[in-house]
Write a protein that binds this ligand. Sequence first.
Ligand SMILES: Nc1ncnc2c1ncn2[C@@H]1O[C@H](COP(=O)(O)OP(=O)(O)OP(=O)(O)O)[C@@H](O)[C@H]1O
Length: 317
Amino acid sequence: MTAITTNRLTKRYGGVTAVNDLDLTVEEGEVFGFLGPNGAGKSTTINVLLGFTSPTAGRATVLGRDAVTESKSVRSRIGLLPEGYHLYENLTGRHHIVSAIETKRASDDPDRILERVGLASDAAHRPVGGYSKGMAQRLTLGIALVGNPELLILDEPSSGLDPTGIKHVREIVREEADRGTTVFFSSHHLEQVEKVCDRIGIMRDGSLATVGDIDTLREKTGGNVITVTVESPPDAARVRDIAGVSDVTVTETTVRLACTPEAEQIQILNRLDRFTTVQEFETEDTSLESLFETFTSDDATVDHDTDDRSGVDAGGE
Ligand SMILES: Nc1ncnc2c1ncn2[C@@H]1O[C@H](COP(=O)(O)OP(=O)(O)OP(=O)(O)O)[C@@H](O)[C@H]1O
């Protein structure tokens, strides 16, 4: 079973199309990074998945149930960390966890959850009105973990967290994935996404611009960057003419070569060696940040053939 499937999902607000014909599939047990620039339609999609808003057209299925007509039963199986979760200032952190356990009719040990999210016992007994942003975020994550949810929907989970907290979120996400939980992780924190997600989908203007694991996306967008240490600077124009080189930056001691996806690195280095002496080289992977730019910049094109899984559940549409 897939954890999330949307088929031609569309949501319009008046003249604004927030989500446009979206086909998305998230497999059970995967950590899926849901990315996109501001206004791309991420929150609207999440709101449809949770049954908080109805689609204008199309369908969303979550944990095998219809997100609109069976939203209550869907929500009981989900752990949600929404952006800007409302906490009750006068209640303690522990009290929040206890009430979440009662509401979900779960049997969790509240202290175990507080310990998991790194809220030390004295903090857990203080009213949350005095919490820092990061402590409030840890508590919200704790609330999401109540009841061993089958699907965790995390909207900007690293918001307000210090580097230790950010690492801690990653560890919790991996632990949850290891016990079979599906994690739907929406974030602008690309470094965190790159470290924790199995697959990512990048939204743009309400549709998926691309989806896949990061290595596959790297292959699609092409190329690596090779930084070469050289004996003397070669003529940049001649280096630029080497087949497979898309961009060149020359300094006194280095040549930085952006290569096309199909380029043979060794041939490029051999050619470069004719214009200078290659001493050593290093290859860098394209960062998720530059992939994100590739798929969301104004001149980016939507990658139509990436999600081969979408068609399977889309009833052949
Ligand atoms: N309730 C609403 N009424 C009118 N327009 C809305 C509403 N909710 C969202 N929109 C519009 O839909 C589009 C998508 O918004 P959405 O909040 O889903 O984007 P997002 O990807 O979550 O952005 P961000 O990264 O800024 O949170 C935007 O143009 C937004 O203005």
